[in-house]
Design a protein around this ligand. Structure first.
Ligand SMILES: C[S@@+](CC[C@H](N)C(=O)[O-])C[C@H]1O[C@@H](n2cnc3c(N)ncnc32)[C@H](O)[C@@H]1O
Length: 268
């Protein structure tokens, strides 16, 4: 086992050791001197990925009041697996650059992951805006030779219901943007702040390719986080191809491959 996990031992004593776990997570994310290899923080990637997969830090996350509250808000409407929400929570709490920036989600459907992210941001005092991008009328045309899903999928979303839900929750930091990414993203990125975190959950080659190529130049200079949900899923060969093309073009190395792919751009 990697020596960094020595600091997470004796978790049987949890929650009495919550402070020690918190401090270890801060240290592994902030102290980059020995852990940055090929542009990403390898130890932070191990701590989040291995820690979540083998239940070393799951109970720590599951007992965090901000995590509990944010998950409760999206019960029944999020498609993102809970372990992925945990990873997003850890990145937001420990990894984001301290300076200002925004968050963007490509593929929001009924707003489950977007509301989770916006509530975590609000409670952690992250001041930027969370943009939730979707047609809210279903997948735009997919490539039937490459993509698994079709334009019949995700039709039962509603921009109006999501907007109503957001205003009931008082999430003034969350803005849903309706329309195909190809018609909304460039304009949005002209007035947004730099992007601290970009979460891609959009299922097709074309959508993933467009989202990546448009958002990369706007990522936060201190190594914004690119999270891709689809490429490690059995129905995600289209998004996987788009991700592989990005890796080839920019020579990127992953910081995490569980519970989803995580890259840093620009490289650390
Ligand atoms: C799997 S769902 C998102 C689930 C959501 N992130 C969650 O966890 O609750 C994928 C969404 O991506 C959207 N999408 C895919 N390509 C798009 C594009 N080019 N423009 C706008 N929306 C797109 C679809 O409409 C669909 O609602």
């Amino acid at each position: 086992m990697h020596p960094c996990f020595a600091r997470f031992q004796n978790l049987a004593e949890f929650p009495h050791r919550a402070h020690a776990v918190d401090q270890a997570l801060i240290d592994f994310h902030q102290n980059k001197t020995s852990s940055v290899i090929k542009g990403r923080n390898v130890i932070a990637g191990y701590v989040r990925g291995w820690g979540l997969q083998f239940n070393i830090i799951r109970s720590f996350v599951q007992q965090d009041p901000i995590y509990i509250e944010s998950l409760k808000l999206v019960e029944g409407i999020h498609l993102t697996h809970e372990v992925s929400l945990m990873n997003i929570f850890l990145i937001m709490k420990y990894g984001l650059p301290a300076s200002c920036g925004d968050i963007i989600e490509f593929g929001s459907y009924r707003g489950g992951s977007a509301i989770f992210i916006a509530n975590v941001a609000k409670k952690l005092g992250i001041t930027g805006t969370v943009y939730a991008l979707d047609t809210f009328t279903g997948l735009p045309a997919a490539d039937p030779t490459l993509d698994f899903l079709t334009s019949n999928d995700f039709k039962n979303a509603s921009f109006e219901s999501l907007s109503e839900r957001i205003s009931k929750l008082g999430l003034t930091n969350l803005i849903p943007i309706k329309g195909p990414f190809q018609e909304t993203t460039s304009n949005l990125l002209k007035y947004s702040q730099k992007i601290l975190l970009s979460y891609l959950d959009c299922k097709t080659y074309e959508s993933t390719h467009y989202a990546l190529s448009t958002v990369l130049p706007h990522m936060h200079a201190q190594g914004g986080y690119l999270l891709l949900h689809d490429p490690i899923h059995s129905n995600g060969l289209g998004p996987l191809q788009a991700m592989e093309e990005m890796i080839e073009a920019h020579q990127l190395y992953a910081e995490q491959a569980y519970p989803h792919m995580v890259y840093r751009y620009p490289k650390l």
